[in-house]
Write a protein that binds this ligand. Structure first.
Ligand SMILES: C[S@@+](CC[C@H](N)C(=O)[O-])C[C@H]1O[C@@H](n2cnc3c(N)ncnc32)[C@H](O)[C@@H]1O
Length: 267
């Protein structure tokens, strides 16, 4: 894409992040690389796992038994050909919702290749008005709410479209990750620089922002735990499971779990 065609994130953050994630697919970002046919085949045979955070698999007991009763799953901001095809091959009825059409194509490529049915819907995770109340039994939300400035509407909408007794499995980046100078983190250095909430629209220098935009990096936001966990509770979700992960690509994870996952139930 030519630089002149990059949307201005100050004017339209959604358009910018959508274009940036489309570009990540063409750059083979690891969160855009689809699962193999062999992994799909193993999932059909009952041997499967997915991640919500970079490395740790979600505990199997967090999932309902897909063979016992039909399960409508929403992969929320979870496209890229990773979780959705595995869950579909494991027996769930899967809808994948994402901002990026190129990410959604990754799921459809796998579906076509491996004979799976996956419904794809494009949109913003903060607005699920295309779905009726209580449309899903399970929502799988891998680490992606760091791309919206306000996570509270995401929890409200997730709770609305989940049936009573349904579950939300969500991964997120802990705020400690964003406290450090993000340029130095990439060089392995931990320099405390930012307060939380962190915003790549307002917390960083204009030269850093210009560099991210030129490189078509999706812009990130670091949310407080009050928003990540308290926001789920306020939305009527009860947190019944929690684990942390250590992102090996960055030095923060050497000292503290910098990624987390929650299991919540709509009561
Ligand atoms: C890190 S990837 C997560 C998906 C990946 N399958 C995984 O395993 O983590 C982040 C995803 O969030 C999507 N995304 C970013 N902003 C979004 C928004 N406002 N609404 C919906 N999806 C969004 C991106 O297009 C991308 O597919």
């Amino acid at each position: 894409m030519k630089k002149s065609s990059i949307p201005d994130p100050e004017a339209d953050l959604l358009a910018y992040n959508r274009a940036a994630w489309n570009a990540q697919v063409h750059a083979d970002n690891q969160w855009t690389v689809a699962v193999s046919a062999a992994e799909v085949q193993r999932a059909r045979e009952g041997d499967w796992s997915i991640v919500l955070t970079p490395h740790r698999s979600v505990p199997k007991e967090w999932f309902p038994d897909f063979s016992a009763s039909p399960c409508r799953v929403l992969c929320l901001a979870g496209s890229g050909g990773q979780q959705a095809p595995i869950l579909a091959a494991a027996g769930a009825s899967v809808t994948v919702f994402d901002l990026s059409e190129e990410q959604l194509k990754q799921d459809q490529l796998v579906a076509k290749r491996d004979g799976l049915t996956i419904e794809s819907v494009q949109g913003d995770m903060s607005d699920l008005s295309c779905f009726k109340d209580e449309s899903f039994d399970l929502i799988v939300h891998p680490c992606s709410n760091s791309f919206v400035p306000n996570v509270l509407p995401v929890w409200q909408e997730a709770a609305r479209v989940l049936r009573r007794g349904g579950q939300l499995l969500a991964g997120f980046t802990k705020p400690v990750f964003y406290v450090f100078d993000q340029n130095r983190i990439e060089k392995g250095e931990l320099i405390v620089k930012h307060s939380i909430p962190y915003s790549e629209l307002t917390s960083i220098s204009s030269s850093d922002k210009a560099k991210y935009i030129a490189e078509q990096e999706p812009l990130c936001f670091g949310h407080s735990l009050s928003d990540q966990i308290g926001g789920q509770l306020e939305a009527g979700l009860r947190v019944i499971g929690y684990y942390e992960d250590h992102w090996k690509a960055y030095p923060v994870g050497k000292y503290i779990g910098d990624m987390a996952a929650t299991r919540s139930i709509k009561s």
